[in-house]
Design a protein around this ligand. Structure first.
Ligand code: CUA
Length: 179
């Protein structure tokens, strides 16, 4: 969905750019006085700058008000805790099962090198990821909407058997009480 919108916007901008090029090429032979054009262009440039500054400031304020993004409000007493430790070359999970529809708090760390903790769904779409670092625990909160078998892969090259870091995580049907 977002990708097709992004594609349509890109296409529109490409066509717009092409139209500008075409206009310039077609009018290249036309001679005109420089001074009045310069005055108009400077006025336009000033307005464009003011408009972008206003838009940028608005966007910045609009996106910064929620910072810092807190995970605390997602972590209720319904949350499931999973300790995940990266090793060369496997994942150690305190549990490999969680119910759908409840926030799962992954406490992610590493016993040796840096790893990338990445959760993929059945169609190998990345659903959540964080860094697994030695001496530090990252909290990753994710609520699985769909039951199924997920895969936990390593996203950061960590040595010769990096590709072997492949664990499965099972999301079961939500218990009736939690629906
Ligand atoms: Cu662990 Cu790559």
């Amino acid at each position: 969905m977002e990708q097709s919108i992004a594609w349509q916007i890109s296409l529109l901008l490409i066509l717009l750019l092409a139209a500008v090029y075409l206009y310039v090429v077609l009018n290249a032979r036309h001679q005109a006085d420089y001074a009045p054009i310069q005055t108009r262009a400077y006025r336009l440039r000033g307005r464009l700058f003011a408009a972008s500054a206003a838009l940028g400031t608005g966007l910045m304020i609009g996106t910064l008000v929620d910072l810092p993004y807190s995970v605390a409000d997602q972590v209720t007493d319904q949350a499931v805790r999973v300790d995940a430790t990266g090793h060369q070359f496997y994942w150690e999970l305190s549990t490999d099962t969680a119910p759908a529809g409840r926030p799962v708090v992954f406490h992610v760390t590493s016993a040796d090198a840096n790893h990338g903790f990445a959760i993929y769904d059945q169609s190998m779409r990345l659903v959540a990821q964080t860094q697994a670092m030695p001496g530090y625990t990252n909290r990753l909160v994710h609520t699985f909407a769909e039951p199924g078998t997920y895969r936990i892969l390593c996203l950061e090259y960590c040595g010769i058997a990096h590709h072997a870091m492949d664990a499965t995580f099972t999301v079961t049907d939500a218990p009736l009480a939690a629906r």
